[in-house]
Design a protein around this ligand. Sequence first.
Ligand code: HEM
Length: 308
Amino acid sequence: MSETSTAAASPPHATLGHRSPILRVIGIAISAWLLLSVVAAAWFGLTTPQTGTAALVQGLTLAEVLFAVALILLGSIVEGFGWGLSLGTRWPYTRNIVLLMLRGDPEAAHRMLATTVGLIALALAVLNPVQSSFVGLVLVLVTALFGMGTLYVLAGRAPAIVHGTHGLLAYLVFLDYLVALRLPGVSFPIYLEATGALHAVLLALFLGGMVTGQRGFGKPIEAFVRPRRPAQWIFVLHGLAALLVIGTLGWMEPLYPVAFTLALLQAGVGFFVFHAVNLKPRHPGALVVLHQSMVLLITSAIVLQWHW
Ligand code: HEM
């Protein structure tokens, strides 16, 4: 069922996204992921050698990492299936947001999950007042504000950099808690500065978000030989950053073999995303979700140093 209609009672600029069987399947997969996240976090907290508050902190940190993954994927569903303006530019909530979420509106689900991630970040800052908790909490709050900004980017009233920054901040939230889990006690800013392999990836994903923001809601990038429009120039920069990712990870291949292979695959996915965006600019679809899943895998493979 194709639904790109404007609801009669909706605020200005509110536009429903596209519903399809694949969206339903992805929705079920994300719900299952969230359920498994809760089970995994509870199991982790209960089986860790630590006890009491320390065990609770461990469980909550794992939940925060897994929820951040789901939140980023929900963001790509919102983008890929054209739900970005389903609630218009009203932020953060509408009165019926829970009902909308239960009816399968990914934008409503994105905001409710963001609220949950914010509450867990707050709980961690209270229960475990260390640098990673405070950095995480501040990042979640600033990401949320930029999330509001993305609505204005989609409505054509804010620059694309706001969209790129929102994506970058979302990954910093994910990485902050992942590093806290993997390397407890290590300062996140210092880790970030020292981990060169992440730099090009962060640049590429920032520019990817800017491509999305610059092309505008429902507009193609358009195939080109010489770039002319701003969206095409940013797309070229995004491609160059992707080459930088492949170059750095290739250079550090013995340390990051899985990340390097994933980056090579991502380049292929990227070309398909480009075609999907030009073919169906309003809802390029599941390829956008795949493109984003690959970024999550690449960043995880770097931090967790996955090897074959
Ligand atoms: C490892 C390298 C890459 C990373 C980390 C990356 C990451 C991203 C991210 C995070 C986005 C934003 C998605 C969103 O807003 O939901 C994006 C968008 C995009 N990427 Fe990439 N990307 C990479 C490589 C490529 C390559 C090589 C191409 C094409 C040849 C490509 C094509 C695109 C296109 C066309 C968009 C815009 C999608 C839209 O406007 O809906 N990407 N990328």
